[in-house]
Design a protein around this ligand. Structure first.
Ligand code: SER
Length: 318
């Protein structure tokens, strides 16, 4: 039986990943790691054990790993792209110094580790259409620099010490549960809230800006399936391209408008977000993930939109 620690369990991905892992492995086998000020509440708090885990404090992490006999760590501690650009030293401290602590701990305690990378690990010189699995990665954002370093360091610990590190490159993730904070792809979540609340939406990136996006259930499934995959089939480890949909603001707007005909979107371009988005791929080639661990997404833009609108209407009482 697996004993899992989720670091960053109250964040954008962690809050739903922890609940999903508890469904699959049992509540008592999944520890929700959080930092003070971001305590778990509701289902996350009730569903199983929780403990303070700060990646920058190795001792706090080791105590929890020992106490709960952890063998698998989902390390989701990170700052998103726009925040990282404003606080680069903090992004490095959490993303890389923190990762170093996680990997050292994993080496000593024989844990498998999942630390996500991102479409942000690519840069302007990367081929933007059908971006290959193995290609140029020269990002110029601090977010991207920490993500490429994450991939390299995670591979290093696998090759040198046999630590079972695996990861995916997440696209922008869309969900109706926890809001993202400070990412370039956040607009694709905020647009649904505006549509359901009957508000006009000001889009921070230009028409024609394509980025890979994914609905949360597919993102969770990707992380868990990869950690469950047969190791002998994996030719890659850190990190796999995954993809399910790519759209620009006009496309998502039109799909939402089919369901909310009087919804209005305007543009109010944020230069930082636009510059970051322009440096990222339009769409990734995920054939290695499909071949090596049978990756297959369930949702496209239309089915995600139907589900998002339905769930947000319930949540916001509209
Ligand atoms: N959603 C992330 C961001 O926008 C991309 O991985 O920063």
């Amino acid at each position: 039986m697996k004993n899992i620690l989720v670091i960053g369990s109250t964040g954008q991905i962690g809050s739903e990943l922890t609940v999903e892992l508890r469904k699959r492995y049992g509540g008592s086998h999944v520890v929700a790691g959080y930092i003070p000020g971001a305590e778990p509440t509701g289902e996350l708090k009730e569903g199983g054990p929780a403990a303070i885990v700060d990646v920058t404090d190795r001792r706090s992490m080791e105590d929890v790993v020992r106490k709960y006999e952890i063998d698998t760590v989902y390390n989701l501690a990170a700052l998103l792209s726009v925040v990282a650009e404003k606080r680069p030293a903090m992004a490095w401290k959490i993303g890389i110094d923190g990762l170093w602590n996680v990997l050292e701990m994993a080496r000593e305690h024989h844990c498998a580790v999942f630390t996500p990378s991102s479409i942000g690990s690519f840069g302007e010189s990367t081929p933007h259409v059908k971006t290959p699995q193995d290609t140029i990665q020269r990002p110029r954002t601090m977010y991207g620099i920490t993500k490429v370093t994450t991939e390299l360091l995670s591979d290093y610990y696998f090759i040198k010490y046999g630590v079972d590190t695996r990861a995916v490159r997440f696209p922008g993730i869309i969900s109706n549960v926890t809001l993202p904070g400070g990412g370039t792809t956040d607009y694709a979540v905020e647009i649904y809230y505006a549509a359901v609340k009957g508000e006009k939406f000001a889009c921070p990136v230009k028409a024609g800006t394509y980025m890979d996006m994914m609905y949360m259930p597919d993102a969770l499934n990707a992380a868990i399936s990869l950690m469950e995959a047969d190791a002998t089939r994996l030719k890659h480890r850190n990190a796999f391209n995954i993809a399910s949909m790519s759209f620009d603001p006009e496309e998502i707007y039109q799909v939402i408008k089919k369901h909310v005909p009087d919804f209005v979107m305007e543009y109010d371009v944020d230069p930082l977000k636009q510059a970051i988005a322009d440096s990222w791929p339009d769409c990734l080639d995920d054939s290695c993930a499909r071949e090596e661990w049978d990756w297959k997404p369930q949702y496209d833009l239309e089915s995600m939109t139907q589900d998002m609108l339905e769930k947000l209407r319930q949540k916001l009482n509209r």
